[in-house]
Design a protein around this ligand. Structure first.
Ligand code: V47
Length: 376
């Protein structure tokens, strides 16, 4: 069967077919990706009201793409006190924040308890807040530094109030590329293992992919397929009749643990050690988003993370397979340190207006994609 026939019939695509998708013109790709997106999420564009907190930037690892870590590059290393963190949470709750997204560096000077107390403190005061925290890379670092097994850390996270795991630390799974850009950090195998364990607890997480640096198209397809494979395993592990069979028929709340969203992160090039010639064009970014929608037939949402793609392109991406913009963010350090224009977030009213003027329907969601308000 030809690639186009398979796309017409919504059939699962393999590695060679995934790679061949890049040879299609952008609008053909967009047409098929949008068809899947419409089937899964109609013309809704999801966003949430969230706040990113990065409690410390002091890092023992040396990822070349990272401009956030204070280990070698900048002299502004910081570690927030719990009081400082709580003050941020107190302030942001007043603005209607529903999710706190906490990601730290791999700081050798703080204890696992230091992290856990942050989660407990927030959850005790604001039980309604969703805590999305601890990338698989952080969990792996706790194992390397403090000899905590993955399962021990995951159980502690749950006991102390973490609701879901963010998708960070995945970068690009191909081992040869990983060796060059983030040697020593969590391996691809372990990143996937940690998410599998988390899903086995009936919990949700996201998966990212950092692209537009030294990887090529084949590495991106390989990355997406490793994520699809784990999602198949997690769905099987959590055996639910309602769980999706392969081939896209996801309904709301049908998943019982697994990946909620795939997030392609566009590489930002400022203030880091990874020197790249040329910038990834918008066509390649949109193609990659569209291809992720077509390949990841078992993941309900594709997030065009506006902080790394710009808000304009993230809006266009909504017609090329994406259905989510992430959130208002309010304050962001990881990508903005590397040149992204996300330092101060976006206002909810801007989101709503921009989505509406794109002819789509803004939907404020919670962290697990339950709909809070539809702005018709
Ligand atoms: O893993 C670091 C990336 C990630 C750069 O789960 C960079 O909802 C671009 O994972 N250019 C952390 N990206 C952030 C993250 C995330 C963001 C938004 C939502 C979610 C979610 C997760 O940031 C890291 C790394 O891949 N990153 N440096 C850079 N120069």
């Amino acid at each position: 069967m030809s690639l186009i026939d398979k796309l017409e019939n919504g059939q699962r695509l393999g590695y060679d077919e995934g790679l061949a998708l890049y040879d299609l013109d952008l609008f053909t790709l967009g047409k098929y990706a949008n068809k899947v997106r419409q089937k899964l999420n109609s013309n809704k564009v999801y966003f949430n009201i969230n706040r990113h907190i990065n409690p410390t930037n002091l890092c023992a690892d040396t990822c070349k793409f990272c401009a956030f870590s204070a280990h070698r590059k900048n002299d502004n290393a910081y570690t927030m006190s719990h009081e400082e963190i709580m003050k941020i949470v107190d302030d942001t709750v007043k603005n209607g924040t529903k999710e706190i997204h906490i990601v730290s560096s791999h700081n050798p000077f703080v204890t696992p308890q230091w992290y856990l107390e942050i989660f407990k403190m927030i959850k005790q005061k604001y039980p309604f807040l969703h805590i999305k925290a601890m990338t698989a890379a952080e969990i792996d670092y706790l194992k390397r530094k403090h000899a905590l097994s993955y399962e021990q850390t995951i159980d502690l996270m749950i006991n102390y109030g973490v609701d879901s795991m963010p998708g960070g630390g995945a970068e690009i799974f191909d081992e040869s590329i990983r060796e060059k850009i983030c040697k020593g950090k969590v391996s691809s195998e372990n990143w996937l293992k940690i998410h599998e364990l988390w899903h086995k607890k009936g919990r949700f997480s996201n998966a990212t992919m950092l692209f537009g640096h030294i990887e090529d198209r084949s590495h991106r397809i390989d990355h997406m397929l490793r994520i699809r494979n784990l999602q198949d395993i997690s769905l099987q592990n959590n055996q639910s009749d309602a769980n999706i069979k392969q081939g896209v028929s996801l309904g709301k709340n049908e998943l019982k643990g697994g990946f909620n969203a795939f997030i392609p992160l566009v590489y930002q090039r400022d203030n880091n050690y990874l020197k790249i010639d040329g910038i990834l064009g918008s066509q390649e970014i949109l193609k990659t988003i569209a291809i992720s929608r077509l390949l990841l037939d078992n993941i309900p949402h594709i997030k065009a993370y506006w902080a790394t793609s710009t808000l304009n392109l993230a809006l266009i991406a909504q017609e090329f397979g994406a259905d989510d913009l992430d959130g208002t963010i309010e304050n962001e350090s990881i990508q903005s340190s590397a040149g992204a224009k996300s330092k101060n977030g976006q206002s909810k009213s801007d989101f709503i207006e921009l989505i509406q003027t794109s002819g789509l329907v803004p939907v404020q969601r919670d962290s697990l994609y339950n709909e809070i308000k539809i702005y018709n």
